[in-house]
Every structure is written in structure tokens, then in C-alpha cells.
Write a protein that binds this ligand. Structure first.
Ligand code: RTP
Ligand code: MG
Length: 148
């Protein structure tokens, strides 16, 4: 099993897309193992997006991601990192395939609704950045035993 870090960005929270986005992942069959609403500090934003520090959009990106609360989560499942990236769609929502999260809900690269780790290595780094061990729940999904 693989884990990935996912975040509904401030525009997704403000637009009331949290339930829709989490629902898509749940219905897909990915397991939520950690979930919280939080406000990202400029320091955390800079660490999270360290790879983009020299990019022209960095300042705007930090302002955007710190502009309101986000919903952070860890999802688990087979090939979870790639599956989530596919479901998110391309970085630029106008180019994202119809039916993907960004393709369905976004119009601007600077307001692209959701973040998901781009590799297993990024996932491990971002999970450690956003969650403590005690915030992660280990449990097995056994649907039948919850219905009957
Ligand atoms: P993310 O890290 O947020 O999941 O997005 P991503 O992997 O699809 O894209 P990435 O290249 O890592 O870029 C990080 C975020 O920076 C903003 N961005 N703006 N104005 C621009 O040209 C530009 N390019 C990137 C986006 O919000 C992107 O999600
Ligand atoms: Mg990225």
C-alpha cells in the first residue's frame, strides 16, 4: 500500500468543494488515514513549496496558499500517488482533462483547488511536514462488518 499527501487549497475550501473532493477519493476506494483543517503559515508554505523558491510565481503562490484555511489529508491505496494525480488533472485547470478535479472546478493556474504529492518521495516529505505520527490512524477497511 502507498500513501500520498493531499490538500484542498484555500479556494477549494471557500468555494465549498471540500465534501465533493473528499467524496471523489472515498468513492474511488482510497482510504483516508489522516484529515484536518488548518491554516498554513508562510514558513510552512516556503518549506512545502521549497522546489519553487526561485520561480517568478513563488511569492503569489505563498500568498495564495496562506490566504485561508486548507483541508489536509493523507490517503492510502495501491499506487495512491499516481491515482490521485490522475484524478486531480493537469496543473493548469484550463488544460486539465474534463472530469478531473481541476478540469471540473478550476479556471486559473493560480487557483487550482487541490494539491497532491507528485512522487512517493514528495509524499513522504510532505506527510512528515504536515502530520505527526499520532495524527495518522491505522485501521483496516472491512465494509461488510460496518453494514451488518
Ligand atoms: P501542486 O504542487 O500544488 O499539487 O501542483 P502541481 O504539482 O500540479 O504543480 P507545481 O509545478 O508543483 O506548481 C505548484 C503550484 O504553483 C502554482 N503555479 N503557478 N503562475 C504559474 O505559472 C504557476 N505555475 C505553478 C500552482 O498553484 C501549482 O499548483
Ligand atoms: Mg507540485
Amino acid at each position: 500500500m502507498e500513501r500520498t499527501f493531499v490538500m484542498v487549497k484555500p479556494d477549494g475550501v471557500q468555494r465549498g468543494l471540500v465534501g465533493e473532493i473528499i467524496g471523489r477519493f472515498e468513492r474511488k476506494g482510497l482510504q483516508i488515514v489522516a484529515l484536518k483543517m488548518m491554516r498554513i503559515t508562510p514558513e510552512l508554505a516556503a518549506r512545502h513549496y521549497a522546489e519553487h523558491r526561485e520561480k517568478p510565481f513563488f511569492k503569489g503562490l505563498v500568498e495564495y496558499i496562506t490566504s485561508g484555511p486548507v483541508v489536509a489529508m493523507i490517503l492510502e491505496g495501491k499506487d495512491c500517488v499516481g491515482v490521485v494525480r490522475e484524478m486531480m488533472g493537469a496543473t493548469d485547470p484550463r488544460k486539465a482533462a474534463p472530469g478531473t478535479i481541476r478540469g471540473s472546478f478550476g479556471m486559473d493556474i493560480g487557483r487550482n483547488v487541490i494539491h497532491g504529492s507528485d512522487s512517493r518521495e514528495s509524499a513522504a516529505r510532505e506527510i512528515a511536514l504536515f502530520f505527526t505520527e499520532s495524527e495518522i490512524c491505522e485501521y483496516s477497511l472491512n465494509l461488510a462488518s460496518w453494514i451488518y
